[in-house]
Design a protein around this ligand. Structure first.
Ligand SMILES: Nc1ncnc2c1ncn2[C@@H]1O[C@H](COP(=O)(O)OP(=O)(O)OP(=O)(O)O)[C@@H](O)[C@H]1O
Ligand SMILES: [Mg+2]
Length: 406
């Protein structure tokens, strides 16, 4: 008896671990890691040109540069700087020896912990215990010069340092070559989600220079689709996904403009499909995954919809249970069918158009405009990226019943 139970338990165990590492869809897990640096940035040409221009002259041995990068969550600040540091190091190979250090101030938010990290990465065996800030900074300078190198130091999420310890360390780093015969020891890049210039004292601002500020904006749909396409090509098996599924992912993340969201949804959806033993991603994998991430769409917004907007959404949901998207031209017909079922007189086209816009503005549906050929007009495609159409339908039906009882 005991043995049989044991065997059964073992079999269940094997069964439940079965899907791990099957690689039905995911071919490279590393590209979904938090600190993965993509081989190239997509859709950020202008920002790349701007950061390069902030570093113009960096090939000269006496030159130091500075940059402040700000932007909302997931706008690619860290990725921009990490790819830049990697590329510039390669680009200047044979011309100038570049060392790069990236410190996240969320984890090291005091001046001394940051300085200790720098020392440790320049010389892992350095006996830094007991040394004061001044001595540590002198050691850093000495090590860089001894290695005949130039250090590009990035302080990421620097607002954590500024809040906790002020800008004294920045001031000292910016003055590291003061009163020295040789200059060009260290370049500084500061990254923050917030406008950090407000936190800095005038002395620091004047050393950084107001024109060294690069502001990133959240990604639009076009940027997100490029990013998710690149990540899918790097991390998923060929032929395991279709372009329209990637479009749905970009649509789900569009309200936030956060690149991390498309990557998380892609990985989550791939796992969802693998769990079910499939070798191809489908739209419901995306909708299921996206429904678990925060979006601007909150369910209470449904409660505030007028009856006929709900009827229109039911028509859309029913079509989307079978199709990838529905065009604006089809909505009217679908809505009429639902009106008949609920014995309601249909509203006119203008009202319907207003409801589509309202549902789109509140993030319930997503509207993508495709241009078909030159001068041949535009078609709007409607999708529901954030949840399964069947779940949305189930949420709306009781609202319709409530509104009809009124
Ligand atoms: N242009 C891009 N091309 C390719 N991948 C990108 C691009 N922008 C961002 N990513 C990827 O999106 C994810 C989020 O980007 P990143 O970490 O750089 O955002 P961030 O602005 O630093 O966000 P946070 O404010 O939360 O630190 C990363 O995995 C990054 O590699
Ligand atoms: Mg970052």
């Amino acid at each position: 008896m005991f043995n049989n139970d044991g065997q059964l338990a073992n079999m269940n165990m094997a069964d439940y671990l079965e899907r791990i590492g099957t690689g039905l869809i995911l071919s490279n897990h590393d590209v979904f890691n938090f600190d993965f640096v993509p081989p190239s940035l997509v859709g950020r040409n202008e920002a790349q040109r701007k950061i390069a221009s902030l570093f113009s002259g960096i090939e000269n041995h006496s030159k130091s540069c500075r940059a402040v990068i700000t932007g909302p969550v997931g706008s690619g600040k860290t990725a921009l700087v990490k790819t830049f540091c990697r590329d510039i190091t390669r680009h200047l190979n044979d011309i100038r020896e570049i060392r790069t250090i990236h410190v996240n101030c969320r984890n090291a938010n005091t001046a001394s912990s940051i300085v200790q990290r720098i020392v440790q990465s320049l010389d892992p065996g350095h006996p830094d215990r007991g040394l004061g800030m001044g001595e540590l900074l002198t050691s850093i300078r000495r090590m860089i010069r001894r290695q005949q190198a130039h250090l590009i130091l990035t302080l990421d999420e620097v607002d954590h340092l500024l809040r906790r310890s002020g800008d004294d360390l920045l001031y000292k780093l910016l003055r590291i070559d003061e009163d020295q015969s040789e200059t060009g020891t260290l370049s500084l890049i500061l990254i923050s989600q917030e406008q950090i210039l407000d936190f800095l004292e005038t002395a620091v601002i004047s050393r950084i220079g107001g024109s060294h500020h690069l502001k990133l904006h959240g990604y639009t749909y076009d940027g997100l689709i490029e990013i998710v396409k690149q990540r899918a090509e790097l991390g998923l098996k060929k032929g395991s996904f279709s372009h329209s599924t990637l479009q749905l992912i970009a649509e789900a993340a569009e309200p936030s403009g956060d690149a991390r969201q498309v990557i998380e949804i892609l990985e989550g959806a791939a796992k969802c499909a693998e769990e079910e033993g499939r070798t191809h991603l489908n739209d419901s994998d995306v909708q299921r995954t996206a429904s678990n991430i925060p979006s601007q769409f909150h369910e209470p917004q449904l409660e505030s919809l007028p009856l006929h907007a709900c009827l229109m959404l039911i028509g859309i949901c029913r079509r989307l249970k079978k199709e990838e998207s529905v065009t604006s031209g089809e909505i009217e017909k679908l809505y009429h069918v639902v009106c008949e079922e609920f014995e309601e007189k249909p509203k006119g086209y203008t009202t319907l158009w207003k409801y589509t816009k309202k549902a789109s503005d509140s993030g319930i549906i997503f509207t993508r405009t495709d241009h078909i050929g030159e001068g041949r007009g535009r078609t709007q495609h409607i999708t529901i990226p954030h949840m399964l159409p069947k779940d949305l339908e189930e949420k709306i039906l009781p609202i319709i019943n409530k509104l009809k009882r009124k």
